[in-house]
Design a protein. Structure first.
Length: 451
């Protein structure tokens, strides 16, 4: 995985994890709130139904109060009361029922086949004695009873909430009830709405997560394209610098060969030809030809020295054979000989351990710095130090020249190529280059890490 891909992944992954955590927290809290809301609604709904049942039974009792309170206790009075109660209902599944205290059904408007039957031993599908529980509650002062009973509208057994009271003088139990599956249906609708809201919230969170990830991805892509263009532009500029540096180096070599070595070789050739001619014409006096040959030998030594200098500039053999310290020492001594600038080299003996490429970088930094001092600094002394530390090696070059404007040279498009090359060389091997300059001189510090 590339670095940009890792950065993009590290940007998107925490966002997705955070949104998933938020989604899970929202879902948990929504479910918890839904259960609490359902419980609250169920409680309130049942309380309202209980109050409603109490009112229904009270109304039913009042509808026969003129008969019950008349003091009469004959069959006609009771039959009239049963007739009045049988006419009272509220919907398909809302009705009143009557039982005596022995469990005999006296009235059931929706199930007339039960009238007159002894239902004392009747039990529901769960084995609970239904009529016995109703009569027991009525004897205890009346109240609510949950039980299972056939629902008239559906002909199926459903949970029912009944409310019963005693009519003690006649020995009757009067009651009514509501079927709780209606309550369950109402609560189920609430649950459905809550689940729909939760799903909608999850969809919104998912949409936000996808949109956020897309924004991050597109932003990363745009940044990647932008950086690619910048890097491509920098690469083209660097390639141009490399080509220009190569051409400059070739031009320098061409001048050195043409202006120095080539002319010396021509002069040597003429001296040798002159010596041969003198030998041919003055065979008895070879000392005359010897002077020409001596001059040719001296010039040949100069040519060899120039070849060594050019070779040393390209790649000093000392750097490969004896190491960086020896190459720098030789470089500073040659610099003193050719420029008459007093140059001191100090080595603390602990700068080994650098790879070959780092040694080359250090040597090139020294070469470029000394060249700049020779051309621009007007310095009289130069101090070169090679110091080794536990994790790094430093090359310090200081002169007492006139200095220069570092910022101005660095920003100039056509100047400071050598300084930029120095920075690029050091950065390429993971080091850093510090350069300060004033009227008191220039201070260059190149720091490279040990392997």
């Amino acid at each position: 995985m590339k670095l940009r891909q890792k950065i993009l992944f590290l940007a998107i992954a925490p966002l997705i994890v955070a949104l998933l955590a938020i989604a899970m927290a929202v879902r948990y809290q929504a479910n918890l709130l839904a259960h609490q809301q359902r419980a609250s609604v169920e409680t309130a709904y049942l309380v309202s139904k209980e109050a409603e049942l109490n009112h229904y039974v009270t109304l039913a009792s009042r509808s026969i109060a003129h008969l019950y309170d008349s003091g009469r206790d004959d069959d006609a009075t009771r039959l009239e009361a049963i007739r009045i109660l049988s006419k009272l209902d509220y919907g398909d599944d809302g009705y009143f029922f009557l039982y005596d205290l022995n469990g005999k059904n006296l009235m059931h408007p929706r199930q007339p086949e039960l009238v007159g039957k002894d239902l004392w031993e009747l039990r529901d599908t769960e084995g609970n004695p239904t009529i016995q529980r109703l009569i027991s509650q009525a004897k205890s002062g009346g109240g609510l009873v949950r039980y299972l009973w056939e629902k008239p509208s559906s002909k199926k057994v459903a949970p029912k909430l009944g409310y019963v009271v005693m009519l003690p003088r006649w020995g009757w139990m009067l009651g009514t009830g509501i079927y709780l599956d209606d309550v369950d249906n109402a609560l189920a609708k609430i649950d459905t709405q809550i689940l729909a809201n939760i799903r909608s919230t999850m969809m919104w969170i998912a949409g936000i997560a996808i949109a956020s990830a897309m924004v991050v991805a597109l932003s990363g892509l745009a940044l990647n394209i932008s950086e690619y263009r910048v890097a491509d532009a920098k690469l083209r500029v660097l390639a141009q610098r490399v080509v220009r540096s190569q051409e400059e180096e070739r031009a320098r070599l061409s001048r050195d060969l043409h202006d120095g070595i080539s002319q010396w070789l021509v002069s040597i050739k003429l001296q040798i030809e002159s010596g041969i001619a003198k030998l041919a014409t003055n065979t008895s006096r070879p000392e005359i030809a010897k002077a020409s040959f001596d001059r040719a030998a001296g010039q040949l030594n100069d040519v060899l020295g120039e070849v060594r200098r050019i070779s040393h500039d390209l790649r000093p053999a000392l750097l490969d054979d004896l190491g960086l310290a020896a190459a720098l020492d030789h470089l500073t001594r040659e610099f003193t000989e050719h420029t008459s600038i007093t140059t001191h080299f100090h080595y603390d003996g602990s700068a080994d351990g650098l790879p070959d490429v780092a040694n080359t970088v250090m040597f090139r930094i020294a070469q470029e710095t000394l060249t700049n001092i020779k051309r621009h600094a007007n310095a009289s002394t130069v101090q070169v130090e090679l110091l080794g530390y536990k994790s790094e090696v430093k090359l310090i070059i200081a002169d007492n020249g006139i200095g220069f404007d570092v910022a101005g040279i660095s920003q100039h498009p056509k100047r400071g190529i050598g300084l930029r090359n120095m920075h690029e060389r050091v950065s390429a091997v993971g080091g850093k280059l510090e350069l300060t300059s004033s009227s008191d001189g220039t201070h260059v510090v190149a720091t490279l890490p040990r392997v």
